[in-house]
Design a protein around this ligand. Structure first.
Ligand code: NAD
Length: 424
């Protein structure tokens, strides 16, 4: 058996939660993490499983399962998105919550990590069904969320409208408006300017830093998997910044053009047809082909575990910026490192979203709203600093950027945990 096949066998046995725990174990040994703190950080602080009865349009009641996991709150209230997807599992939500802890620590905002999810096929539910689901789910998790406890946000297949329903349901229970309970809200009810594009903008800022570091010139070719909040906005912002978008995809497939795609026309095509597939200005390729497309910068912006030991040897990009959470399997990471590809890890590359969510929460609490330029300028300062700290730590330990980022983040959480003395 070839070594590549051996590696595939190892990785296929890891689920996403085991992958997250393995990443922590890995950095614990590199930075010499205290064993008690390591054991404490290896598990979530709290995990709530809720049953969510919803009246469907047919009149029938359907019961959904939902989760809210709070991984750690040593540095502040927990923070993390809510995902509506048929493949949500408690293990996935636990992993995403742990990654939120590291992400908030890496960009040094005063939050811990949480995540939520409901197992549902949101794409095939009506607005009324989604509202019923969101309101009942919010009510069930309201015992552990709140502006000073745990603040949800959007994630896969959840939108500003869904955030508005969360805010409204929570506020109804308390009897007054509490915008700070959730971020990613519409502007009219306390959202922040710049939040809609923040994940993609943060990703652009760290890609620009990486390009400088590697001595690459502007005008690089970019391939993007996923064309939702993270992927679509990344395509638009990178085009604006002078990059050439050569391939994009969504859940149904992809489209590519070595001369560059007309992003605005693809956005219009997707708005009209529901997918990038069928766009006439490029060749049709599969969703998986996008990852191996000839480009300088690859942005996985969809779901987890898409870069594996099987496809890592064929990836052509020089930089991978993980707009998605957990797109790269640990075994693939090793291959990419051997091949000299710089991976900007999820906790760095997509931290722009939570950073502007933090700005939104601050603005809500202060009832004082900022200009978009102020939001973007403050975001850039934080992203560039996080990139530099990650690089400095990667060099110090002679490790890749993921381990550099983890060294900074886990070190900060461990310090807070140790100072508070909340571990056994
Ligand atoms: P979204 O719902 O707006 O978009 C998801 C996109 O992924 C859609 O284009 C969908 O077609 C595509 N997709 C779904 N299944 C796919 C599959 N199997 N293969 C390829 N594409 C598929 O979600 P989003 O908010 O853009 O989130 C995407 C990723 O970015 C997730 O990993 C999320 O955790 C991460 N992220 C998002 C934010 C944010 O602010 N929205 C912040 C940090 C991280």
């Amino acid at each position: 058996m070839s070594s590549t096949l051996d590696r595939s066998a190892v990785q296929s046995s890891l689920n996403v939660w085991q992958m997250a725990q393995r990443q922590l174990d890995d950095i614990a040994s590199i930075i010499g993490l205290d064993a008690s703190i390591h054991a404490y950080l290896r598990e979530p602080k709290r995990a709530l499983i809720v049953s969510v009865p919803v009246r469907m349009d047919s009149g029938a009641i359907k019961v959904f399962e939902g989760y809210r996991v709070q991984h750690n709150m040593a540095r502040g209230p927990a923070k993390g998105g809510i995902r509506f997807h048929p493949d949500v599992t408690i293990d996935e939500v636990k992993a995403l919550a742990m990654w939120m802890t590291w992400k908030c620590a890496l960009v040094n905002i005063p939050f811990g990590g949480a995540k939520g999810g409901v197992i549902c096929d949101a794409k095939n539910m009506s607005m009324q069904e989604l509202e019923n689901l969101t309101r009942r789910f919010t009510s069930e998790i309201s015992i552990i969320i709140g502006p000073e406890k745990d603040i949800p946000a959007p994630d896969v297949y959840t939108t500003p409208q869904i955030m508005a329903w969360i805010m409204d349901t929570f506020s109804m229970q308390k009897g007054y408006s509490i915008p700070g309970v959730v971020t990613g809200k519409p502007i009219a009810i306390g959202g922040s300017l710049g939040r809609d594009k923040a994940t993609a903008r943060g990703c652009l800022y760290v890609v620009q830093e990486a390009m400088k570091e590697l001595g690459l010139s502007d005008g690089a070719r970019v391939a993007i998997q996923g064309f939702g909040n993270a992927g679509l906005n990344a395509a638009e912002l990178m085009l604006e910044a002078g990059y050439k978008i050569v391939a994009v995809s969504d859940s149904r497939g992809g489209v590519a053009n070595t001369d560059g795609l007309d992003v605005q026309k693809i956005v219009a095509h997707k708005a009209e047809t529901g997918s990038v597939v069928g766009f006439s200005g490029g060749e049709q390729i599969s969703n998986k082909d996008v990852l191996e497309y000839d480009c300088d910068v690859l942005i996985p912006a969809a779901l987890e575990k898409v870069i594996t030991a099987e496809n890592a040897p064929r990836i052509k990009a020089k930089i991978i910026a993980e707009a998605a959470n957990g797109p790269t399997m640990p075994e693939a990471d090793e291959i990419l490192q051997e091949r000299g590809i710089m991976v900007l890890p999820d906790i760095l590359a997509n931290a722009g979203g939570v950073t502007v969510s933090y700005f939104e929460w601050v603005q809500d609490l202060q009832e004082n709203f900022w200009e978009e330029q102020t939001v973007n300028d403050r975001l850039r300062i934080i992203m560039v600093r996080a990139f530099r700290e990650t690089l400095e730590r990667a060099k110090k330990y002679n490790v890749n950027m993921r381990r550099g980022a983890y060294a900074v983040a886990v070190g900060r959480v461990a310090e807070a945990t140790s100072l508070r003395g909340v571990y056994p």
